[in-house]
Design a protein around this ligand. Structure first.
Ligand SMILES: Cc1cc2nc3c(=O)[nH]c(=O)nc-3n(C[C@H](O)[C@H](O)[C@H](O)COP(=O)(O)OP(=O)(O)OC[C@H]3O[C@@H](n4cnc5c(N)ncnc54)[C@H](O)[C@@H]3O)c2cc1C
Length: 478
């Protein structure tokens, strides 16, 4: 990663013009303001922006883009900064663009089953708002209490319900996007069918702020499922738990949630959440099904039978919605709980076909042992999306070297098993050096061609997705 300043500071002239657009109260280039937005949820990446700007509407965003394009000032769009790939770390300086003022749910359309929102809407707020109307917005990243829809779209985030309902991409029907040159385009819309031209909506979903700025989104809603049941299956054998996951799917049951937590994760989560999770078993599966009552009951019974046949030592159904919610919340707090163990927490999201989960979990444990590290594993087992997490200490350089090598081996193993380097967290700066492992040189060239066409001056979130050098988790200060 470049540590040298490669671009000029925002000139006085450019600053004056930007302030004319958003007003002085929405332009912050104080050291404190810049420091606050110099990092995100990714450990060990920090770099100061030159200014932080909070536009109030699409017109202002478009004006900002025009000015930045003219002066070649990098733009880093930022939701809540919860991404785990250094995606909002302004590695090449420039402006951080906030959506605090663009956080309204514009419409919930009950006839077309859509919600139209601004990018700064918090995910949970949208979920609650549509639930009040008996509707359902399924994407539920663990960070949903604070993450924004703009961030979810740009990372194509997944969540606990991804196995049955898919990820954010599956719910984005249309977008309003400000391009790097300030042009405003609309893609898709409320239509269930629309094949007019290239599918630009899908292109922008998951593009990590590198192709344009999402200023509005039309999202698909579905009717709220009738009922839901939750159960925990406990195992003394980690691989038996992984086998149960494959068997459940092979038996043609698609549960809404199929989450995996290993013993070290359980211990930490229970210490944090205190809801009576067992800590003396090797692994737990959190399983949920929703839908019509009779289907849910039939599927839960079948899944309980499968788990028992795969040597689950206990299978317990949540007795109330409160207990079920406590279990879900406990799972969502896994990262926060693990983060209390050591000063630095490195969480990854290597993903494999679900049939390979058992092999992947075994490999992670062997790699942890080889490098003498504690690696706790939890994740969306039903999607094959695992989160091997290493509590460590960035000040211990020797240990950090081992952490780097261990995760490199984990990514290589995931690819070898037909998987990928990231299932939901995105590439950002963190995974950029590994992207070619997944796509090959021709794949990278195709992506670069798209980037070059839409953002020829490389002002949109530069330094992300495409690797510059080998990976180094260094603190960059400008
Ligand atoms: C405790 C915890 C749990 C998590 N659990 C999950 C999980 O279960 N599943 C999952 O997928 N992820 C998870 N994440 C990762 C993260 O929360 C998601 O990636 C989330 O979608 C980021 O939302 P954000 O609003 O914080 O976006 P940010 O982190 O601010 O931004 C993310 C990316 O989107 C871009 N961006 C933001 N807004 C816009 C916009 N309007 N236009 C263009 N680009 C934009 C940014 O430039 C950046 O590249 C978790 C993170 C934490 C800390």
């Amino acid at each position: 990663m470049d540590v040298e300043r490669v671009r000029p500071l925002i000139s006085n002239e450019a600053k004056k013009r930007l302030i004319q657009v958003v007003g002085a109260e929405n332009y912050d280039d104080t050291k404190t303001g810049r420091l606050v937005y110099s990092y995100d949820a990714t450990p060990q990446f920090q770099s100061l922006p030159d200014a932080v700007i909070a536009p109030r509407n699409t017109k202002e965003v478009a004006e900002i883009a025009k000015i930045c394009n003219e002066y070649r000032i990098p733009i880093v769009p930022r939701g809540s900064g919860t991404n785990l790939c250094a995606g909002t770390c302004p590695v090449e300086g420039g402006i951080v663009l906030l959506f605090n003022h663009m956080n309204r749910i514009l419409e919930i359309d009950e006839e077309n089953l859509t919600a139209t929102v601004q990018p700064g809407v918090v995910t949970l707020d949208l979920t609650k708002a549509v639930e009040e109307k008996g509707l359902f917005y399924p994407p539920d990243p663990g960070s949903m209490k604070i993450s924004t829809i703009g961030g979810n779209i740009s990372e194509n985030s997944g969540g606990l319900r991804g196995l049955k309902y898919g990820v954010t991409r599956d719910y984005v029907l249309g977008l309003e996007v400000v391009l790097a040159n300030g042009d405003v385009i609309r893609t898709g819309g409320k239509l269930a069918k629309d094949v007019a031209g290239y599918d630009l909506t899908r292109l922008f979903v998951g593009s990590e702020g590198t192709l344009g700025i999402v200023t509005e989104a039309t999202l698909k809603l579905i009717p709220m499922p009738e009922t839901k049941q939750t159960m925990l299956a406990l195992y003394q054998d980690l691989e038996a738990a992984a086998r149960s996951v494959s068997k459940i799917i092979a038996n043609k049951i698609i549960p809404v949630t199929l989450e995996f937590l290993d013993q070290p994760t359980l211990e930490v989560v229970e210490d944090f959440a205190r809801i009576g999770l067992p800590t003396d078993v090797k692994a737990v599966l959190l399983i949920e099904q929703d839908g019509p009552k009779e289907v849910v009951e039939r599927d839960m019974k079948k899944m309980a039978d499968i788990c028992r046949a795969e040597q689950a030592v206990s299978v317990q159904l949540a007795r109330s919605e409160e207990e079920a919610e406590a279990l879900r919340t406990a799972r969502r707090t896994a990262l926060s709980a693990l983060a209390r163990l050591k000063p630095t927490t490195i969480l990854e999201d290597a993903t494999v076909p679900r049939s390979e989960i058992a092999k992947m979990v075994k490999a992670i444990n062997e790699i942890a042992e080889k490098y003498q590290l504690k690696i706790c594993t939890f994740g969306h087992a039903g999607d094959g999306n695992l989160h091997p997490t290493c509590p460590t200490d960035a000040r211990n350089r020797e240990e950090m070297e081992r952490v780097e090598r261990a995760f490199e081996e984990i990514f290589a193993k995931a690819i070898e098993l037909g998987g990928t380097i990231t299932g939901e967290h995105g590439v950002g700066v963190m995974k950029a050096p590994y992207l070619e492992w997944k796509l090959g040189p021709a794949g990278i060239a195709a992506m670069k061609a798209v980037k070059q066409a839409l953002d020829p001056n490389n002002i949109m979130n530069p330094g992300k997705v495409f690797a510059k050098s080998t990976r180094k988790r260094v603190v960059v200060t400008r």
